[in-house]
Each structure stands twice: as C-alpha cells, then as structure tokens.
Design a protein around this ligand. Structure first.
Ligand code: SF4
Length: 214
C-alpha cells in the first residue's frame, strides 16, 4: 500500500484563532473559520475545502472524459453545497452537486453519461465509500536505545522507544520491514534508495539511515 501523496498534506496552527497553514506539494495556503464562528475568514473553512475538493475533482474528471470523447464543450460549472439532518441520534449528511454547461446545448444521452461520470469521480468515491480515518498522536520523546541493521552500503537504526507501530514501513515496504521476520528489518530487501525513501516516511523519527562512505 502506497500513500497517494509523496509528501503528506501538513497543517500547522498556532494561537491566532483559527488560522491554519496548509502545506501541499507545490505551495501553501491558509484555512480559517468565518468571523461568525470566531475566526478571521482569512482562508476557506474545512467544509468549504471539502466541497472544493468535490467540485474540482468533478471538473477534472469531466474534462478528461470530454477530451477523450472529442466533444465540443468548452466550459463546465460545478456548484457544491451540503446540509445535514438529525434522525434520532444519527447525523445524516447530504451533498448536492449541480453541473451546468453554460454555452452549449447538451444532448440527453451526453447529459446522462456526464452525470454518471461525475458520480464516479475519485473524490465522490472517497466520500461515499468505506473510508476509515486512522489517527496517530505523536510527541517528542527521548530516542532511547538504537538497534542497528547493516549491510556494506547502509545502516538503518531503529529506535524502539520512538516507534509507534503505525505500520507505515511494514505495509509500504514489506520486503524490508517485516514484523514476522527475524531480524525484522532486512537491509538487503531493497536498494538503498528505496529504503532511504521509506525511512524518510516514518512519522515518528524511529527510523534513521546512514550511508557508508558519505
Ligand atoms: S514507520 Fe516508523 S513508527 Fe511506523 S512502524 Fe515503522 S518504524 Fe515504527
């Protein structure tokens, strides 16, 4: 299993209510809350970001499909909004997505096909699918004892006290990190570059790599 993003989306926040800096692979932007809920409105709020994600994914998916079909549809508008209702103790969320093509008349069969394609956009699938959010909480701790795994080129150090067993290494590079094997880190299971990339994804700093001769 590989993460979708080489670099995770990273949000940081301080004491200025409720400004968050969001870093993505090619830049950063602010997120915030509107003034009526105590923020500065200096950036989109979390639900706006969620709706933006669906709107942009729908637009991109439709554009790819229209290009593939060679249809002459230059502009697409997608509006998304949401509401919630309470049934007993269960909160139900509804998202409405309105799609229009401002300067073209769309044939009925094109319309129904585009509607199906919109429903299959990847973000729709995440929102309607079987999504689990796994939360890990980390804090700075003393590194503790290091166990070293070496070959001629590299040494991987594992600091057991820092390992929170998030399973990222074992799920993403099982030929090197395998809890059922002994030793559990096999530095000969992949090339040094692949192991280096995986070590850099350890969220707690439990893994460290040293390249010999550098
Ligand atoms: S990725 Fe890091 S914290 Fe997670 S299991 Fe591997 S060594 Fe431990």
């Amino acid at each position: 299993m590989q993460y979708k993003f080489e670099k995770p989306i990273t949000g940081t926040g301080g004491t200025v209510n409720y400004q968050c800096t969001i870093e993505w692979r090619n830049g950063r932007f602010l997120a915030d809350e509107p003034q009526k809920t105590g923020g500065q409105d200096s950036g989109p709020d979390p639900f706006t970001l969620l709706m933006s994600s669906l709107a942009s994914c729908t637009l991109i998916t439709l554009r790819m499909y229209i290009e593939r079909k060679g249809w002459d549809i230059p502009n697409i508008v997608v509006k998304t909004n949401m509401f919630q209702t309470l049934t007993g103790e269960t909160m139900n969320y509804f998202i409405d997505r309105d799609i229009s093509f401002p300067d073209r008349v769309i044939e009925p069969d094109q319309k129904s096909r585009l509607s199906e394609i919109a429903e299959q956009c990847p973000v729709s699938k995440v929102l309607e699918g079987n999504t689990k959010i796994r939360t890990f909480v980390y804090q700075e701790e003393p590194a503790g004892k290091e166990i070293l795994y070496k070959n001629n080129d590299i040494t991987v150090a594992w600091r057991s006290q820092l390992c929170k067993h998030s399973g990222r290494c074992v799920t993403q590079l099982p030929q090197v990190f395998n809890l059922k094997a002994h030793p559990w880190i096999n530095v000969n299971g992949a090339d040094a570059q692949t192991i280096t990339e995986q070590v850099s994804k350890c969220p707690t700093g439990a893994l460290f790599i040293q390249h010999h001769g550098q």
